[in-house]
Design a protein around this ligand. Structure first.
Ligand code: 15L
Length: 288
């Protein structure tokens, strides 16, 4: 049985994942916070902003599910230490310990400034909505470097919102049920041919903003759709913030925001697939 390290295992996503993966893998759980391991689990307390800790917990595992770090917008010092330095330490420790496969929990907030009117795929240019979102972009970029330079196998899951049920209108578009989370993580661990992939960690939501074709190509077949909860959620939804309601990142886009004179992009196109390049006005030069 494979041994899988889950960093940040005491958090919300880690807690759901442990339950779903129980019995499938031997789980090595790490976190700053204490945690009581269950059957088939071992706990190693660690501060990933310390490289020695990262080296200790990554030794001898088959794959890493890196969830650890600051999970919301926060002060720069906290993001820097947990999500930038901590993320670097986990990748670097994995490389030094010969652990090839890392599943990185990136976030919808890496692309949170795309408007809700757009459907985006895994090839869009990043549009982080917060320092937190920037830290997730950093992790994706680091994974790209470690895949290209050191041959690591990096599976980036831009996670929406993991909960037993969607909690509001925005989450009807980005919900990830615990069992779909487990399916996606299992795919990331088991797929024989991963080099560097970005997928959206969302269920099969009718109101999705994502073209998750890359995940489907790799074999992801989500079982749940937030639409089953839509009527109940929309009935109780209170009016939201004007900026937050425009963008996929929701509240992360309006905390600390100043009025921005830049207009919203008008197109409703799916980003990513090749588009015809705009014709350049090239001056014809006379042949001599
Ligand atoms: C995230 O990336 C966060 O980790 C989580 O706390 C939620 O804020 C989630 O995104 C979301 O957008 O709902």
């Amino acid at each position: 049985m494979k041994t899988i390290l889950i960093t940040g295992a005491a958090g919300g996503v880690g807690t759901q994942l442990r339950r779903e993966l129980a019995g499938k893998y031997l789980l090595r759980l790490s976190d700053l916070r204490p945690l009581a391991p269950g059957k088939g689990e071992k706990f190693a307390r660690a501060d990933i902003s310390n490289l020695a800790d990262a080296l200790r917990i990554t030794r001898g595992v088959d794959a890493i599910v890196h969830l650890g770090g600051y999970s919301v917008e926060g002060p720069w010092e906290g993001i820097l230490s947990a999500n930038i330095i901590g993320c670097y330490n986990v990748f670097e420790a994995a490389r030094r310990n010969g652990v090839k496969r890392i599943l990185f929990a990136t976030s919808n907030h890496a692309v949170g400034y795309y408007p809700r009117s757009e459907t985006i795929d895994h090839r869009v240019y990043i549009k982080p909505d917060s320092r937190y979102g920037v830290s997730k972009v950093f992790g994706e970029a680091l994974g790209s470097l470690y895949a290209d330079k050191y041959g690591m196998q990096v599976f980036n899951m831009r996670i929406g919102n993991v909960n037993p049920a969607p909690i509001d209108k925005r989450r009807l578009s980005i919900w990830l049920s615990p069992r779909d989370l487990a399916q996606l993580v299992t795919l990331g661990i088991e797929h024989p041919d991963i080099r560097f992939e970005i997928v959206y960690g969302v269920s099969d939501n009718t109101r999705s903003w994502y073209d998750n074709a890359n995940a489907y190509r790799l074999g992801y077949r989500p079982q749940d759709d937030a639409e089953a909860y839509a009527r109940e959620i929309l009935a109780r939804e209170a009016p939201g913030n004007a900026i937050g309601d425009l963008y996929q990142g929701g509240a992360f886009t309006h905390v600390e925001a100043v009025p921005n004179p830049a207009p919203l992009p008008k197109s409703k196109t799916v980003h990513g697939p090749a588009r015809k390049p705009a014709k350049k006005a090239v001056k014809k030069t006379k042949k001599k």
